[in-house]
Write a protein that binds this ligand. Structure first.
Ligand SMILES: [Zn+2]
Length: 240
């Protein structure tokens, strides 16, 4: 998957995470021989188009953020509402390199931080996921975090974290599906499969209560939410 435009401006590779997305598993933590564990990335997962370099990752991360901005800016404009992009996208490498408010942002994660209106991601973790799952995962991951920024702009709140997270998955799907349909993003062979593999990696562990504050949804719930948005656009995401 890639954005149609060439990235001629050297943007700072940014990383952003939203707290509440702190339970994404380590993509390197794939099981070797035991039964598949919930949340683990299959060891056979491989980028369908063979993209592996850090430069390609940076290009995709920039493209994902820029296209998300373009998308949400157009959505807001069509409703006559001004849109402000996130203030920054930051990268980090270790727990505590960055804080959201007073809370250290944990390693192996990506978050949107409402306190600073920035997205942050663990660069090593994200590159590892990019290599294991594929470039489409980067678009999903940053699309999900950007959706949290949009929820914040709209003042959307949910009683349970899981509803907030599943809505963000739906909004990420809408952003990507609409951008592909509009010809702003090219879908390569295998990208849809990469979305599915990515969602497989970020589902809650089996047995985790749905009402737990860290719950994001099971693999099935997250996959349904994402593809609902992908296929039906924002109408599926319960924003109105
Ligand atoms: Zn989230």
């Amino acid at each position: 998957m890639h954005a149609r435009r060439r990235w001629t401006v050297a943007l700072i590779a940014a990383a952003v995470l939203t707290l509440g997305c702190g339970t994404l598993p380590d993509p390197d933590a794939a099981p070797d021989d035991s039964a598949p564990q919930p949340g683990a990335v299959p060891t056979t997962a491989r980028a369908s188009d063979g993209t592996t370099s850090v430069e390609e990752f940076r290009d995709d991360a920039r493209g994902a953020v820029t296209e998300a901005e373009n998308y949400w800016s157009a959505v807001f404009k069509s409703s006559g509402v001004a849109f402000a992009p996130v203030s920054a996208v930051r990268t980090y490498r270790d727990s505590g390199d960055l804080a959201c408010g007073r809370e250290a942002i944990p390693a192996d994660n990506a978050v949107y931080c409402p306190a600073g209106d920035f997205i942050a991601y663990d660069a090593d973790w994200a590159v590892a996921a990019f290599r294991k799952i594929g470039d489409a995962f980067v678009f999903y991951l940053l699309g999900h975090e950007y959706a949290h920024a949009v929820q914040a702009r709209l003042g959307v709140e949910h009683r349970y974290a899981i509803d907030h997270e599943l809505q963000a998955d739906c909004m990420a799907g809408a952003y990507l599906g609409d951008s592909v349909r509009a010809g702003r993003l090219d879908l390569a062979d295998g990208d849809l499969d990469e979305f599915r593999r990515g969602l497989l990696a970020v589902g809650d562990p089996e047995g985790q209560p749905w009402f737990a504050p860290e719950s994001h949804g099971t693999v099935a719930q997250r996959t349904d939410a994402f593809f609902n948005g992908y296929e039906k656009s924002l109408a599926a995401c319960g924003l109105s």
